[in-house]
Structures are given as structure tokens and as C-alpha cells.
Design a protein around this ligand. Structure first.
Ligand code: UDP
Ligand code: MG
Length: 160
């Protein structure tokens, strides 16, 4: 071990990742979490949660006027979700790549949606679309004290 190695904090971001009710029901929780772990991101928040309607509406408020909005709220509140906060260099855009296109039929093989889903309305996972939304969504889904800031031993082996 080289104790003088320290990982730079440059470009470190936070993103909100959520395994939707279909991902939980289909037993994909471990599979999905492991993809972010193996990439090298750091888990800073994790809980199983039954989402109330009001929270789902607030989370997706930008889509309020869309015809699919009522069905989307029904879907997200139809069973427990897994709420996660992940941290790392470029994690917001990178997580979106790991997740794949919104419509799973257009998502590349190797992505979560490309490998594990077939329809937009059952696309198993959410990921924030910008660093600002990452912060907004983590604050929306997690209470004070539910997040953990910790130093991963692998830090300097991932980031120079
Ligand atoms: N969605 C849907 N029908 C659509 C578009 C979106 O049911 O035509 C749902 C889908 O679950 C999607 C979510 O609404 O993941 C949010 O839409 P967005 O465009 O933000 O896609 P994402 O960021 O999740 O890829
Ligand atoms: Mg989105």
C-alpha cells in the first residue's frame, strides 16, 4: 500500500439513482447496484422506500404536462423503490450511460436498460440528468442523517 497516494476531488459529483418498482419486483436490485459499484462509484445513501404520490409528483414535476404523467406516478408509487445517492468523478453523465436510453428498445446492449428492460414505461431505473438535479433529487429523497460521507480505501486506485 502506498499511503502517500491521495485521490483528487476534482470533478466529483453526486447523482440520485433509483431502482423503480419493476426492478425491485423482478429481483434486479443486486444486479443494478453492482454495476455502479464495479464501475468505481461510491455509495453514500441507500434505502428501500414506498414513495408517496406527492413525492413522485414533485420528483417528476417537469413532466407534469405530459400525457403519460398519471401513469408514470402510478408506476413509481406501485411498490417499493430503492433510493440511492452515488458519488464520483463525472458520476452524473457516466451513470446515465450505464443506465442507457429512456426507451429500452433503443438502449445499447451492456447498459442496464439495454440488458434488462423492454419498455419505456417499465425501464427499471432512474438517474439524475445534471449535477444540479443530482443535488436537488438527493435532497428530495433523503432526510438529513440518511447520507454517509466516507473514505473508500480504493480511492487512489480509481482516481489519481
Ligand atoms: N416515460 C414514459 N413515457 C414516455 C417518456 C417517459 O413512461 O414517453 C417515463 C419513463 O419511466 C422515464 C420517465 O418517465 O424513465 C422520465 O422520463 P425522462 O424523459 O426524464 O427519461 P429518463 O431521464 O428516465 O431517461
Ligand atoms: Mg429524466
Amino acid at each position: 500500500f502506498l499511503p502517500h497516494l491521495v485521490a483528487s476531488m476534482e470533478g466529483v459529483e453526486q447523482t440520485y439513482i433509483m431502482i423503480k418498482p419493476d426492478g425491485v419486483q423482478r429481483g434486479l436490485v443486486g444486479e443494478i447496484i453492482s454495476r455502479f459499484e464495479r464501475k468505481g462509484f461510491k455509495l453514500t445513501g441507500l434505502k428501500l422506500f414506498q414513495c408517496p404520490k406527492e413525492l413522485a409528483e414533485e420528483h417528476y414535476k417537469d413532466l407534469q404536462s405530459k400525457p403519460f404523467f398519471p401513469k408514470l406516478i402510478d408506476y413509481i408509487t406501485s411498490g417499493p423503490v430503492v433510493c440511492m445517492a452515488w458519488e464520483g468523478v463525472g458520476v452524473v453523465a457516466s451513470a446515465r450511460k450505464l443506465i442507457g436510453a429512456t426507451n429500452p428498445l433503443n438502449a445499447e446492449p451492456g447498459t442496464i436498460r439495454g440488458d434488462l428492460a423492454v419498455q419505456t414505461g417499465r425501464n427499471v431505473v432512474h438517474g439524475s440528468d445534471s449535477p444540479d438535479n443530482g443535488k436537488r433529487e438527493i435532497a428530495l429523497w433523503f432526510k438529513e442523517g440518511e447520507l454517509c460521507s466516507w473514505e473508500a480505501v480504493q480511492g487512489p486506485w480509481l482516481v489519481e
